[in-house]
Ligand binder design. Structure first.
Ligand code: F6P
Length: 558
């Protein structure tokens, strides 16, 4: 048997077991559980303690979920019955867990520490990732030390990171989250993703072209959004500096891709080409050299700390018992809510403005991975899969969509995420008022979780006579609190969600590592772009009345 065949066999998925098979006769009783009873009845405190899990300095409280501790045990057994142990081993051993593309999923290899022996089967992938990280560190240090010079000889002071989807969301999220505690000591870093150049145009007006370096971050190196932004940025540099495009590509461009030959074809010198394995999925690529611009901002030690946090979560996922395993618990609770309680949408509500981009990041991670209704076996699945995921910074959402959470006609589940300590580095004069703001934020997080769970039952006795009623309550939510927002904690948080997605894919019988549903739209857009460029409202791609009418309109008006 060849190496590849052996891996394929290791990674063969178990047939998913249906949730109702696991719950048996308990199902009817469980569906009528009411949170007000669960959280205030005589067993409430003992139940709460059993539904709380710790990891490092985190506390995850699942007691506002509509389930009993025993339910959680059944759900954990469900995950085991779906082949969790075998599939998880295959994931870490670089087995073929992405069958439609015949690939492993190598994100855990990207953060495996060099001093720790890798899981058998992943040795080559871990070594390759470490080599690329080392090459990235050399470029990062040159940039942070002001030793990188552009075509005119000026040192680089700005970096524009051009990417989209997984080549943008992860680095951007972490950059924003750590800006307060890790202010940049090197070049300023800017992220550009929008296809229409809206983010790029404003940068081109204010950055000095002689001191600006571009990072083209694209796993495929073919994504149109990124290529067109790069084209505009290269044209700007070459016309503003009076330099050839070749010279710009040699001195003011770094490429990051899984396709080195495409970077070479663009004229990027070998030393400025960073790569990563094809087996690293775009939405799992933050940990790879895709993170170079982030590392320029926060420095390699902090980037390594991010990886260390993610790796510790990997080990927890591999080794912790199922009923205390955070990713497994998050996964089964999520599946319980969508599949059994029929809750169609899930809100991510960080009570920390530094995590403003977390909902967007998780939208790609969860919905691009498990937003599918065709199983690994190619057959349509008969159960609900990934819910619609959305959210915003909690306190801002309170002034926008929380009305719907509390009194709307939809059931919604939620993750509340809060950070206990903050502002240790703030100037002394501001400590008091910033601490008050932090206290207020935490109090709001607790109040909203309480209200989502209890509804009208949360109205204190003293206010009973004065408050209007109609708070629906019984909306299940998890509350996760960590002591501080460090690179380590952030790495662990994102890795926890990655593994949650993986476990859910097993529960639902899906391949979480491909995204066939995004391809056709790209092809249609290519054809329509040709029609618009040719002024042709009757082209091959314009074959329905609605599209034809709008193409005609745009040809007149754009
Ligand atoms: O269109 C979806 C997608 O392929 C994502 O999976 C990916 O993260 C994004 O596009 C960007 O792809 P690339 O890194 O190849 O430019």
């Amino acid at each position: 048997m060849s190496f590849k065949e052996e891996k394929t066999v290791t990674a063969r998925a178990a047939k998913p077991v249906m949730l109702t098979e696991v719950l048996g006769g308990e199902a009817g009783h469980l569906s009528s559980l009411c949170q007000a009873d669960l959280l205030t009845g005589s067993q409430a405190e003992a139940r709460q303690r059993r539904l709380e899990v710790s990891f490092a300095d985190w506390r995850l409280d699942l007691s506002r979920q509509r389930l009993q501790p025993e339910t959680l045990e059944h759900l954990a057994e469900w995950a085991e019955a779906c082949g969790l142990a075998e599939q998880r081993q295959a994931l870490f051993a670089a087995g073929i867990v992405n069958p439609s593309e015949g690939r492993p999923a190598l994100h855990t290899a990207l953060r495996w520490p060099q001093e720790t022996p890798p899981v058998a089967g992943s040795e080559a992938e871990v070594t390759f990732a470490a080599e690329q990280r080392w090459r990235m560190a050399v470029l990062v240090e040159r940039l942070r030390a002001g030793q990188w010079r552009g075509v005119t000889g000026q040192p680089i002071r700005h970096v524009i990171h051009i990417g989209v989807g997984g080549s943008d969301l992860g680095p951007r999220l972490v950059a924003e989250a750590l800006e307060e505690t890790h202010p940049t000591r090197g070049p300023s870093v800017h992220y550009v993703s929008t296809m229409d150049a809206s983010q790029l145009v404003v940068l081109l007006e204010r950055l000095d072209p002689a001191a600006t370096l571009l990072v083209m971050a694209s796993k495929s190196f073919t994504t149109a959004d990124t290529r067109y932004n790069l084209e505009t940025a290269l044209t700007w540099l070459s016309s503003a500096l009076g330099a050839s495009r070749e010279a710009i590509c040699r001195q003011q461009l770094i490429g990051v891709s899984a396709r080195p030959e495409k970077m070479a074809a663009l004229g990027i010198p070998e030393a400025h080409r960073l790569t990563f394995a094809e087996g690293v999925g775009g939405r799992f690529s933050l940990w790879s050299t895709i993170g170079i611009s982030l590392a320029v901002q926060i420095g390699m030690p902090a980037f390594d700390e991010l990886l260390a946090g993610a790796h510790t979560m990997d080990r927890h996922f591999l080794e912790a018992p199922t009923v205390r395993n955070l990713p497994v618990l998050m996964a089964v609770v999520g599946a319980w809510n969508s599949q059994f309680l029929g809750i169609p949408s899930h809100a991510v509500l960080p009570y920390d403005g530094r995590l403003a981009s977390l909902p967007g990041y998780l939208q790609q991670l969860e919905m691009e991975s498990n937003g599918k209704s065709v199983g690994r076996d190619g057959q349509s699945v008969e159960h609900t899969t990934c819910p619609i995921l959305w959210g915003d910074v909690g306190p801002n959402g309170q002034h926008a969509f929380y009305q719907l959470l509390h009194q709307g006609s939809h059931t919604v589940s939620a993750d509340f995420i809060a950070v206990a300590r903050r502002h240790a580095q703030a100037p002394e004069a501001l400590q008091k008022t910033l601490n008050a703001q932090q206290r207020l934020t935490l109090a709001n997080c607790l109040a909203q979780a309480q209200l989502m769970a209890l509804g009208d039952d949360a109205i204190p006795a003293a206010l009973q006579a004065h408050m209007a009623r109609g708070y629906r309550g019984n909306q299940p939510c998890s509350v996760l609190v960590m002591d501080e927002l460090t690179p380590w904690n952030l790495g662990a948080l994102l890795a926890m969600y990655e593994h949650k997605v993986f476990v859910q894919s097993l529960l639902w019988g899906l391949n979480p590592f491909d995204q066939p549903g995004v391809e056709l739209g790209k092809r249609l857009a290519q054809g329509l772009e040709q029609s618009l460029a040719a002024g042709d409202a009757a082209g091959d791609w314009v074959d329905d009345a609605a599209t034809r009418a709008m193409v005609e309109h745009l040809l007149k008006h754009s």
